[in-house]
Design a protein around this ligand. Sequence first.
Ligand SMILES: Cc1cc2nc3c(=O)[nH]c(=O)nc-3n(C[C@H](O)[C@H](O)[C@H](O)COP(=O)(O)OP(=O)(O)OC[C@H]3O[C@@H](n4cnc5c(N)ncnc54)[C@H](O)[C@@H]3O)c2cc1C
Length: 487
Amino acid sequence: MNIELKTKAKVAVIGAGPAGLSCAQTLLDLGYQVDIFEVNSKAGGLSRTIEVMGQLVDLGPHYFRTQVPQVQQYWDQCTQGIAMHKVERVSHILYQGKLFSYPLKGFEALFKLGFFESVLCVLSYLRSIVLPHKGNTFEDWVSNAFGYRLYNIFFKTYSEKLWGVKCSQLSDQFAKERIKTLNLSKAIKNALVPDKTGHKVRSLKAEFIYPKLGIGQVYDQALEQVIKSGGRCFFNHQVDEIVVNNNKVTGISVSKVEPHQDNESSNAHFTKVGDSEFLEYDYVVSSGIFTDLVPTIKCLPLETRELSSKLKFRNTILVYLKVDESAGANLKDNWLYIHSPEVLSGRMCDYANWSKDMQLGQKEHIVCFEYWAQEIDALWQKDNEALIEQAKADAIASGIFKAGSIKEGFVHRLFKSYPMYVDDYAQVMKSITNELDKIAGLYFIGRNGSFKYNNMDHSIHMGILAAHKIANKYHGSLWDLNFDGSL
Ligand SMILES: Cc1cc2nc3c(=O)[nH]c(=O)nc-3n(C[C@H](O)[C@H](O)[C@H](O)COP(=O)(O)OP(=O)(O)OC[C@H]3O[C@@H](n4cnc5c(N)ncnc54)[C@H](O)[C@@H]3O)c2cc1C
């Protein structure tokens, strides 16, 4: 009897991004009834593909990899039947007009920096081994891993562009989650000393599998599978409140929204239509924005609800430029980190280097320059024309593009795209999650949903595990999941 009741339990999933979709599918496979509520009119969240200037583009670069079999299995299921192709992974750091491989290759980095700078870098690396930094900031962690000098050249500028704060204010958690360490001594030895077979050690060519029509294809298909399995998805429905009674979730309040006409230019342009409606559910899994939804839970102590305003997100501005076919012809990069301080953008991505099919028959490439800002920053307040001019200036300053080769531009703003690991965010999260854990039937997953700097694979993993938690098959904490993620 009990089992019958359990398998019929109703779950509301907030958000149709990778986390919400993987959670919904896993729940459906386990026999639950699932409804997804998505404020947008499309699935995929930050990982969707949009059409811009007659071509397909992702919201920044979106490269998938995982070492978790469950996540791989979900990905394989979602990509079944989709035309995929192997892409050679090429990414560099642009610094002082030179391209350095990313992840950093020790010997190559030293060689390109020149003799004197390399000696100083090696000495600084040795110093970090003998006298490591004791603190727990991003600067401490990266300086210990690479030496202060290499940190200063290859990590500081980009990270400060991205986060808008000094690296000495940024938690080391971000570095631990995202940066592959470098063993400089091993790198030098490998480059110089033949291995036992008599050959120099060569790095393997890195490849990844990517859908021919953009990353969003995967999540469109994931949604189709959810629907085929009996799930429902309500697009243009925004969850306004998570309703809890006696420390047990009872449902959500939802209102319909209408996307603005310029919906493709932002992830947050919606107007409410009509009143909020209460809908009853046994469980709620939220991948909606953590700081929007926590304050709506009225049973939480006021102090906890207010605490969430201390958590900050960084916004992203994506400026897409259409450039002549031959403009960046020598550049094979999928994406390029721009450390050069004279360029305001921190990263550039060329979609034609991911899939020619995304050009939809056009010859020109679409390249995307990324900028990061808070709403109050002058950069965020610039109008789209000014942002396009900024990106054009950066494209030329980077030395990669010539003035005449850039045709037109398009701006897409992503509100709340990077949870910021700054100040006392970890203690704030601990205080909030201690209270949230007292509520039965409520789970928080995903990048913005659990305030965790997730990649797609991490969000998919959280979605699957949240479903298993509901089904009593996973007993660990979702908050403490530790990912080995190094892009
Ligand atoms: C510029 C950029 C580049 C990236 N590059 C990579 C990469 O190369 N590889 C990689 O693996 N990952 C990458 N990522 C990360 C990836 O985009 C995210 O990890 C992933 O999309 C997170 O999935 P999610 O489901 O947790 O959240 P989201 O994708 O944010 O989905 C959440 C969904 O919830 C909806 N929602 C929010 N609030 C509500 C509400 N109140 N009611 C209803 N719906 C709501 C949103 O509209 C959204 O659709 C990148 C991200 C950015 C910004």
